[in-house]
Design a protein around this ligand. Structure first.
Ligand SMILES: Cc1cc2nc3c(=O)[nH]c(=O)nc-3n(C[C@H](O)[C@H](O)[C@H](O)COP(=O)(O)O)c2cc1C
Length: 191
């Protein structure tokens, strides 16, 4: 099994979502499993500045900057396609996902590689039984409440690519009490 582990909190050692994801990966990992780790909280370029229609620039028309962007995007897409299990940790920042997590998604949403435009509309191209564990931390916003635009966004974004088996681990409202954190830790320990 290949496990892809993605962290997106801007905090490092103090991050609760990172700690839960680390524990989860340790629990899921069996002897022969391969873990690919990527910190997506930084070093993911924004697609701003790319000419034309994003990632559909024909190969012969790509300038040096485009080529670099395509190469990096291919690397991220390859990691995603190779994974059987994907562990994503994310805090809620200003009601949504961190901008860095959105930047990562902008890199992996690739027409022709992860989704296709069909006559009936777009279709996710990621097949197989990929399982996603989405660990969501927040200060006050409850998961799936009307002001949580992070969890539904991740679900929609992943569904768009064809990934539908998503288990949310709720580490929200941490400023209020440690109740959800305890439950999340128990859930992680049970997996
Ligand atoms: C820039 C920023 C924006 C935040 N916005 C929200 C928010 O809109 N709603 C919320 O409940 N918590 C918000 N928080 C709190 C974090 O979601 C919370 O501290 C979470 O535990 C951070 O995850 P981490 O421990 O993995 O770093 C915000 C934190 C930061 C740094």
């Amino acid at each position: 099994m290949n496990i892809l582990h993605l962290d997106s909190s801007a905090r490092k050692d103090e991050s609760i979502s990172r700690k839960l994801a680390k524990d989860l990966v340790n629990n899921l990992k069996k002897d022969n499993d391969q873990v690919t780790y990527r910190d997506i909280s930084s070093n993911i370029p924004f697609i701003a500045g790319i000419k034309g229609a994003g990632f559909i620039i024909p190969e012969e028309e790509r300038n040096e900057e485009d080529k670099k962007l395509f190469k990096f995007s291919d690397e991220l897409v390859d990691e995603l396609l190779a994974a059987d299990t994907i562990v994503i940790s994310t805090p809620i920042y200003n009601f949504g996902p961190p901008a860095a997590a959105k930047a990562w998604f902008d890199m992996v949403a690739r027409a022709g590689r992860t989704f296709a435009y069909e006559p009936t509309g777009p279709k996710g191209l990621i097949e197989g039984n990929k399982k996603v564990y989405l660990i969501v931390s927040s200060g006050g916003v409850p998961i799936d409440s009307p002001v949580d635009f992070c969890t539904p966004w991740f679900k929609q974004a992943l569904n768009f690519l064809g990934i539908t088996d998503i288990k949310v681990i709720d580490a929200s409202q941490l400023n209020k009490s440690d109740e959800n954190l305890k439950k999340a830790q128990q859930e992680v320990n049970s997996l």
